[in-house]
Design a protein around this ligand. Structure first.
Ligand code: PGA
Length: 265
């Protein structure tokens, strides 16, 4: 069985105080939701939040990472640099993210690719340094609307996988170290969700692509869908056989919405 992941990508939202308040509210809610608490406890599901870099410390404190983890949530960094240190103004390193309590790093999010020019080659270097630090890389892949309309969805995703993963794809423990998130760019923040069948088709393709290079890992690999996920559409997406989780942007900012997503599916 693959542990399901519900991940919230906060992008450039919330400061330290709002971050602490979010986790306090989610923690209170969890006390009253025994089913979700048991699912977290039994590792049937995992709840992961990517706050802004300056709020990681606040998030780590809120979930009690430094003193025996009070709340069963994990945190990740939205972005890292692949070098361990140096003259890279504005960047953070993998070891800094790890030291503050991150177990995941988001790599190649479409906003990084399309607003900040992140290339497949850079995603590969980032994944290498994340794995070297014994953290989990969540690689985002997805096509632009014009690429979908030109029938190039699979070709774009194949290139993002091939160049992003490189020779790491044959690692025996790939499924423990990498998660793939399929996020069609045209569905992110637009209110347009891929239909559950379209999302399934691409996620199945991703699993087959991995299977042809590393069959044992493909069965265990977690593949998420992201792009305008809401409480209203999350259950149908999660019901698809090749979708093991959700990467949620806007709807992860309000605890009440995020809770409904966690419990709807
Ligand atoms: P959205 O963002 O849910 O607001 O569309 C998803 C994402 O960018 O990860």
């Amino acid at each position: 069985m693959r542990t399901k992941i519900y991940a919230g990508n906060w992008k450039m939202h919330y400061g330290p105080a709002e971050t602490a308040a979010f986790f306090a509210e989610l923690g209170e809610w969890l006390k009253g939701d025994k089913k979700t608490a048991a699912a977290l406890n039994d590792a049937e599901i995992e709840v992961l939040i990517y706050p802004t870099a300056v709020c990681l410390e606040s998030a780590a404190r809120a979930i009690g990472l430094q003193n025996g983890q009070k709340l069963p949530f994990t945190i990740g960094a939205q972005n890292v640099h692949w070098e361990s240190k140096g003259a890279f103004t504005g960047e953070i390193s993998v070891s800094m993210a790890k030291e503050v309590g991150c177990s995941y790093v988001l790599v190649g999010h479409s906003e990084r690719r399309h607003l900040f020019g992140e290339t497949n080659e850079q995603t590969h270097k980032k994944i290498e340094s994340v794995l070297a630090a014994d953290m989990i890389a969540m690689l985002c892949v997805g096509e632009l609307l014009e690429e979908r309309e030109a029938g190039r969805t699979f070709a774009v995703i194949d290139a993002q996988l091939a160049e992003g993963l490189g020779n790491l794809v044959s690692q025996p423990d790939l499924a423990d170290r990498i998660v793939i998130a399929y996020e069609p760019v045209w569905a992110i923040g637009t209110g347009k969700t891929a239909s559950d069948l379209d999302a399934q088709q691409v996620c199945a393709h991703i699993r087959e692509w991995i299977a042809s290079r590393n069959a044992p890992a493909a069965k265990r690999l977690r593949i998420l869908y992201g792009g305008s996920v809401k409480p209203e559409n999350s259950a149908a997406i999660m019901a698809q056989p090749d979708i093991d989780g959700l990467l949620v942007g806007g709807a992860s900012l309000a605890p009440s919405q995020f809770e409904r997503i966690l419990t709807a599916s």
